[in-house]
Design a protein around this ligand. Sequence first.
Ligand SMILES: *Cc1c(COP(=O)(O)O)cnc(C)c1O
Length: 421
Amino acid sequence: MRDETKCLHSGYTPKDGEPRVMPIVQSTTYVFDTTERIGDLFNLPNAHMYSRFSNPTVECVEKKLADLEGGVGAMCTSSGQAATLLSILNICSSGDSFVSTSTIYGGTVNLFSVTLKRLGIECIFVNADDDEETISAAVKENTRLVFGETLANPALAVLDIEKLARVAHKHDIPLIIDNTFATPVLCKPIEFGADIVVHSTSKYLDGHALQNGGVIIDSGKFDWTNGKFPEFTVPDESYHGIVYTETFGNMAYIIKARMQLMRDFGCYPAAHSAFLLNLGIETLPIRMKQYCENGMIVAKYLNDHPKIESVSYAGLETDKYHELARKYLPNGACGVVSFVIKGGKDSAIKFMNSLKLASKEVHVADIKTCVLHPASATHRQLTDEQLIAAGVNPGLIRFSVGLENIEDILEDISNALDCVE
Ligand SMILES: *Cc1c(COP(=O)(O)O)cnc(C)c1O
């Protein structure tokens, strides 16, 4: 099946007489005939027993997302942040380190540089644009993984996924990619060597600003038995002595994430949220096509406007990342356009306050056009140094082009720019 078909049919196949639409199984728990049956379930990672870590409705969406990304399994979470956190904790313990590119989502910078540090896990930030040898030199003896974002929020830098995969694999460690902005429709990181993919499904995947969510997808390709990952190859005392790689083969990573971490942390989405997410995914390919088209028009308009200092949009031929975009995002560079307005922060704020159609909000990648000033919002906790490393100029505006008529969007931008000195 192709993506358009997968988005509609993967994950849920009704049998004779069953509902056409994936049902919402709104229940914390499941009933069994005998005590022995419940005992047996603890050996079966795919059995539903308690909705803190699995649920039939959520499972349908997990299967669909795994299929779209080309993975062997997936686990949904109640936010993108939870997905990123668990994807790392499933590999790293106190005393370990990992390498991450610095052009990543502001919330992730916080998680990596503050909260994980408090747990004894060190994040080594690297510049994704550096050459392979330089990035490779950052990997230490205790480094357990490499992390990056396909299309960085909000810098819109395109990641050379193959380069990072080579660095990771040379050191026998996995590559985790946050593919939120690209979605599997625009880029499938596993095809370029990523071992694990995470998403904030709150963005394009849901697409309608209805519910927060995240997902971790396992490619099933990484060899956890290479000697560097004992937690996969020695008995887990908290799970009646199971050895993940022996019992679950190429699904060891994603099953460990569920049976160990989701069981203990419980950041699992509600069935109703998964149902809404599924509705969004059904129209993802057609929406992404239109976002890319509208994004490109807005990027070109801004690029030609005398009041704009610079535009970051990988679809523009003049963009620093255009070459990488041609390889990794051949069908478009999504609907998010970042730009710096002349006159710095004051002009940025004046412009934003003059917009009438575009809503000022923290959200991004929504069906409705929305806009944000990262330096005073999502990235306000970062130091100036971190801001620059994350590609965030103090005058930067993140403009998330929606699916309204493009003429209305352009008019709104044009009117607001007229209000700026
Ligand atoms: C929003 C976002 C996240 C965090 O996701 P939440 O669902 O808000 O927790 C992570 N990564 C990227 C790239 C994002 O845009």
